[in-house]
Ligand binder design. Structure first.
Ligand code: MG
Length: 399
């Protein structure tokens, strides 16, 4: 993906100025944990949250960044509760110029959902080092982001644990010798369940994830395996591989974070206890590896590592992932937007669990495909799919 190693070398000896977008979410707080652990080499210069005002103020007090931003203008924030050296921006109007500021080295893009696309685009356009946790950016606009990256010299490092693992395993060989990449999936809380059983899943059940502690959207996506579908698409664009070079295996222990298979049959993986701070830190320190605040593997304990083929009938979202990775164009924007709205409607008890994927499939089938959309056309596709996803109801869906 990046030719990167030489270009990032310059950062190693200087304190890295980091902006964290989505700083109060799960990836955001883990990013701050990493920054907190390395005060000698990392500095938080800006933090943006959507509407968690109190948490954002706490972060401002601890890290004294140059600025903090509360994106949602409807949410009140008390400017007297942040340090006087820290500028407060209420509303996201100034975000673009703050990201583009010459003092900013690195942007951690950890806003949830398609809302993260715009800021990721600006960071790539400005030629920054981008630690990308917002997989939707690549799902929606992978080809144009990669094209712009090549033009501006921006560096994109994956934060998603699977993609970080692939990125690390790819260091073991040459791109032209790569046969396939194999994404691991925990299988979520409904591994082993049948298609029929999925109809009775409630939001409360879906929000319990066995191995990863994450926000509600991604937790539901893990339960439907739509998260893995999005990761298939993300991998397609991040590593520039064809959809038939990507496989998925279910690995409930979430210790092996993904595999890369080379043409000689060698399979290389990256393993570690499930903790997002490791891939976040590697995205910030590559090519260096430094001590990490995350847990080490306990080699004194027996461990079992299981691998299963995924059940595509019980988790049809995976088929959508492969389909969209193959077709590209507007498909990623459509699938992502339809799924986002469907997940919200499921959490509001408006639709059934299995209908999340069903709605996404229907909208994908009915959309007007464009193979080479512009960013504006992708935004339009996103808006159209959201409207469609609100229109579907239990009566119009097959049971
Ligand atoms: Mg992941």
């Amino acid at each position: 993906m990046n030719s990167g190693r030489a270009a990032v070398q310059t950062l190693v000896n200087n304190s890295q100025a980091i902006v964290v977008l989505g700083s109060t979410g799960s990836i955001g707080t883990s990013s701050l944990d990493v920054i907190r652990s390395h005060p000698d080499r990392m500095r938080l210069v800006g933090a943006m949250a959507h509407r968690s005002a109190d948490a954002l103020c706490q972060q401002a007090l601890e890290f004294c960044p140059d600025w903090v931003m509360l994106a949602d203008e409807q949410t009140a924030i008390d400017s007297s509760s942040i340090p006087s050296e820290t500028r407060l921006h209420h509303g996201s109007g100034a975000l673009e110029s703050l990201i583009r500021h010459e003092d900013v080295d690195t942007v951690v893009s950890a806003v949830v959902g398609a809302a993260g696309l715009e800021s990721t685009w600006v960071a790539v356009d400005a030629g920054k080092r981008v630690a990308i946790a917002n997989k939707e950016s690549l799902v929606v606009a992978g080809p144009i982001i990669q094209q712009r990256r090549a033009e501006t010299g921006a560096l994109i490092f994956p934060v998603d644990s699977e993609h970080s693992a692939i990125f690390q395993a790819l260091e073991a060989g040459r791109k032209q010798d790569l046969r396939r990449i194999i994404l691991t999936a925990s299988g979520g809380p409904f591994r082993g369940w049948t298609k029929e059983q999925m109809k009775d899943v409630t939001p409360e059940m879906a929000l319990q994830h066995p191995t990863w502690k994450m926000g509600p959207k991604i937790t539901v996506d893990s339960a439907t395996m739509m998260n893995k579908a999005l990761e298939i698409i993300e991998a397609r664009w991040l590593f520039d591989v064809e959809s038939d070079q990507i496989s998925v295996v279910v690995h409930p222990q979430s210790f092996i974070h993904s595999f890369v298979e080379y043409r000689d049959g060698s399979v290389i993986s990256q393993m570690s206890p499930p903790d997002m701070r490791l891939p976040i830190q590697y995205a910030l320190t590559f090519p260096e590896r430094i001590d990490c605040p995350c847990h080490d593997t306990d080699w004194t304990q027996p461990a079992t590592m299981e691998l299963f083929p995924p059940d595509l009938d019980a988790f049809p979202a995976l088929r959508l992932g492969f389909e969209v990775a193959r077709t590209g164009g507007t498909s990623g924007a459509i699938l992502n937007a339809a799924n986002e709205v469907a997940v919200e409607r499921f959490l509001n008890h408006e639709i059934r669990f299995d209908q999340i994927t069903q709605i996404s499939q229907e909208i994908l089938n009915n959309h007007t495909f464009d193979a080479h959309p512009s960013l504006d056309q992708l935004h339009a596709a996103d808006r159209w799919a959201r409207k469609e996803a609100l229109r579907w109801n239990s009566q119009t869906l097959k049971t």
